[in-house]
Design a protein around this ligand. Structure first.
Ligand SMILES: Nc1ncnc2c1ncn2[C@@H]1O[C@H](COP(=O)(O)OP(=O)(O)OP(=O)(O)O)[C@@H](O)[C@H]1O
Ligand SMILES: [Mg+2]
Length: 333
């Protein structure tokens, strides 16, 4: 039987916000609304959704920091209601924008303190801390006080703290929130390398950056208003919206285009000649991406030469808009 790193069934979580005297009514927020999902061991899984979608709530439940209102959740085979200790020993969590740590201690002292709280033997703790600081390019700041660190460096220190326990499953809540392009890239590369090192490692990360979900994740669940709207590989999600993949070619002018007709996998083919500039423009609507090679191969057969190629593809942003009816208001990374 396949073992899931995370298994969530009919999960609900509601919050009741307190009424402000005389001014507002008591309000019930459904932060998670009948969520079902499974994450395989070894997967880099992403929860993608806008502010307030329920991403952090789900992570908190899986980390045993919050109980569900109803439904089931199992982490590495353990029930979040009953087996909190077993879960906590095997996981760790890092949140973007987290200001954990003692500002007056140095980066090294802080991380060391956590290693002792986690009960990692000294020698092993030193080895892991040095290795992680090196990989995350934090070494030069090891003797700086935590309170003097920039957002990016602080997030790297949080990452060292989280990965130091060598968890089987790590939860990363918006790991690149507010970071610049270079720091984001370093952290994304680190995550990719980490999961590749051991097949049993699993990552669940949340993000509202489309590009990040697309680039990093094996599978992505799109979540909005507490509901999972779709869950699949980024490629399959893009296919969901049936936006046709379009290939446009400009070739040196030909009079005969029979070489381009009846190529298997082309749904539609049109062409036009631009006599003035000596160009023939070809447009293909594709059922299958793989046939781009066949089309390109047909150009010399027609006695012509490629001048330009242009292909347009749907993005995860298009998928999100199609599912939610509006875009994610964020700057892309
Ligand atoms: N402790 C709480 N009390 C009341 N409402 C809460 C509480 N925690 C979360 N909520 C509400 O639950 C919903 C989901 O919040 P959550 O923090 O899980 O979203 P999120 O997807 O992590 O959003 P963000 O991108 O802003 O981090 C929101 O409407 C939020 O206001
Ligand atoms: Mg959140």
């Amino acid at each position: 039987m396949a073992r899931y790193a995370v298994e969530v069934k009919n999960l609900n979580r509601t919050f009741t916000t307190k009424a402000v005297r005389g001014k507002s009514k008591k309000e019930i927020v459904k932060a998670l609304n009948d969520v079902n999902l499974t994450i395989n061991e070894g997967e880099l899984f992403g929860l993608l959704g806008p502010n307030g979608a329920g991403k952090t709530t789900l992570i908190k439940i899986l980390c045993t920091l919050l109980l569900p209102s109803s439904g089931e959740a199992r982490v590495l085979g353990h029930d979040v209601h009953k087996d909190t200790n077993a879960i906590r020993q095997k996981i760790n969590m890092v949140s973007g924008g987290e200001t954990s740590g003692y500002g007056l201690l140095t980066v090294r002292e802080n991380i060391w303190l956590f290693s002792q709280l986690y009960g990692i033997p000294s020698k092993e703790a030193n080895r892991r801390i040095d290795m992680l600081m090196k990989e995350l390019k934090l070494e030069h700041k090891k003797n700086s006080k935590v309170r003097t660190l920039s957002t990016g460096l602080r997030q790297k220190a949080n990452m060292v703290r989280g990965f130091m326990t060598d968890p089987a499953l790590i939860f990363l809540d918006e790991p690149t929130l507010g970071l610049d392009v270079n720091a984001s890239r370093l952290i994304r590369d680190f995550i990719k390398n980490w999961i590749r090192e051991k097949p049993s490692r699993t990552v669940l990360l949340t993000t509202h950056y489309m590009v990040e979900a697309d680039e990093l994740c094996d599978r992505v669940a799109i979540i909005n208003d507490g509901r999972v709207l779709a869950c699949d590989t980024p490629d399959n999600l893009k296919k969901l919206i049936h936006q046709d993949s379009v290939l446009k070619l400009e070739i040196r002018q030909v009079d005969n285009v029979t070489a381009f007709e009846n190529i298997a996998g082309v749904r539609n083919f049109t062409h036009s000649n631009d006599m003035a500039s000596g160009i023939t423009r070809l447009k293909f609507i594709l059922d299958d991406e793989a046939i781009v090679a066949d089309i390109v191969a047909a150009v010399p057969k027609s006695g012509s030469k490629i001048l330009s190629v242009q292909k347009t593809e749907p993005t995860l942003e298009d998928v999100f808009v199609a599912l939610v009816g509006r875009g994610l208001t964020n700057h892309e990374v």
